[in-house]
Ligand binder design. Structure first.
Ligand code: FAD
Length: 288
């Protein structure tokens, strides 16, 4: 089995303590020489400045390529493109372009009157600048707002046709879910690289709630496995084993890249990477 290329997603810290945690996470994972790391943009555009600061700090200090997430939520087109432009000026030329989640309490996405109305519009405008490599989100279990898997594939095609070169998927629990989606994308003529998004399960209750909100289908066997593991105090062991198995199945099915949702906790991701043969290639002193 070939060793995968990996990338890691972080969220921007909102307190001093959270900053230490992020730098600690980067200290553990940057030496694994990821293809890139990405920094999320808070729901409702809430972390605009924090995302910006974290992206620039990582870019300047950690010797890894950084992709900045950018959404359409609560900003004019001009404001959104100004943020993108400031990334380009700082030498950050990768953007993960998303429609975005609405702010807490809102009943759905509402475009700003002068803003981008959809992820397709955002991708097109970023592509028109000629400055960015653009990645987008993709949904192997249909997005909660989509009518079907076919609708998700069709919408991904529109984003790729608008200028995206890579898609990173929402997390899912079984490799076949990804393979079904990958095949449907290939049948639809989507040529972009589709990278599976992997969520190591740090806390099953939290991940389960999250899955329900974002449409990831939870197989019954997983509930049963965590019920037993929690009873026996071996939740963390189960998480490492399951995540390693999922990644192995994906790699055996021809996947070459894995994108880990780290939630700013490095241990599970590091352990799974080690099991897949991705180990520190450089010391932190060399990357930082
Ligand atoms: P889109 O592709 O725009 O929409 C999702 C689905 O909804 C489509 O597949 C389509 O079926 C349907 N749909 C949407 N709009 C239309 C339309 N106009 N016409 C027809 N069908 C439509 N959220 C954040 O707030 N910040 C982040 O940093 C962030 N990072 C993410 C990273 C990844 C890799 C992923 C997968 C998701 C991320 N999200 C983030 C969550 C994302 O913003 C939400 O899932 C959001 O609801 C959809 O945004 P999108 O651009 O991925 O989806």
């Amino acid at each position: 089995m070939p060793t995968p290329r990996v990338s890691f997603e972080f969220f921007p810290p909102q307190s001093l303590e959270a900053s230490f945690r992020l730098w600690d996470t980067l200290g553990t994972l940057a030496p694994l020489a990821p293809e890139f790391v990405s920094v999320t943009y808070g729901a409702g555009g809430t972390t605009r400045d924090l995302t910006h600061d974290a992206v620039k700090t990582i870019h300047a200090n950690y010797g890894v390529k950084v992709a900045a997430h950018l959404t359409c939520v609560d900003a004019t087109r001009e404001e959104t493109l100004a943020i993108a432009d400031s990334y380009a000026e700082a030498g950050v030329n990768r953007i993960v372009a998303l429609r975005g989640d609405p702010p807490k309490g809102a009943d759905g996405f509402r475009a700003h009157p002068e803003g981008f109305a959809s992820s397709v519009e955002l991708v097109k405008a970023l592509a028109d600048t000629g400055k960015f490599e653009i990645a987008v989100g993709a949904y192997p279990d249909p997005h909660p707002e989509a009518d079907s898997l076919a609708a998700c594939v069709e919408y991904l095609k529109r984003k790729v046709d608008a200028g995206a070169s890579t898609a990173i998927t929402q997390f899912f629990f079984e490799a076949d879910t990804f393979f079904r989606f990958r095949d449907a994308c290939a049948d639809a003529g989507i040529g972009a690289t589709i990278i599976p998004g992997i969520l190591p399960i740090g806390n099953w209750t939290r991940v389960r709630n999250f899955a329900t909100r974002c449409g990831a289908i939870v197989p019954a066997w997983l509930d049963e496995a965590y019920a037993a593991a929690t009873r026996d105090g071996r939740e963390s062991l189960l998480s490492t084993a399951l995540c390693t198995e999922l990644c192995t199945d994906l790699l055996e099915g021809g996947v070459e890249d894995l994108h880990f949702y780290t939630l700013n906790s490095p241990d599970l991701t590091r352990d799974v990477c080690a099991a897949l043969g991705v180990t520190p290639r450089v010391t932190l002193a060399e990357v930082a």
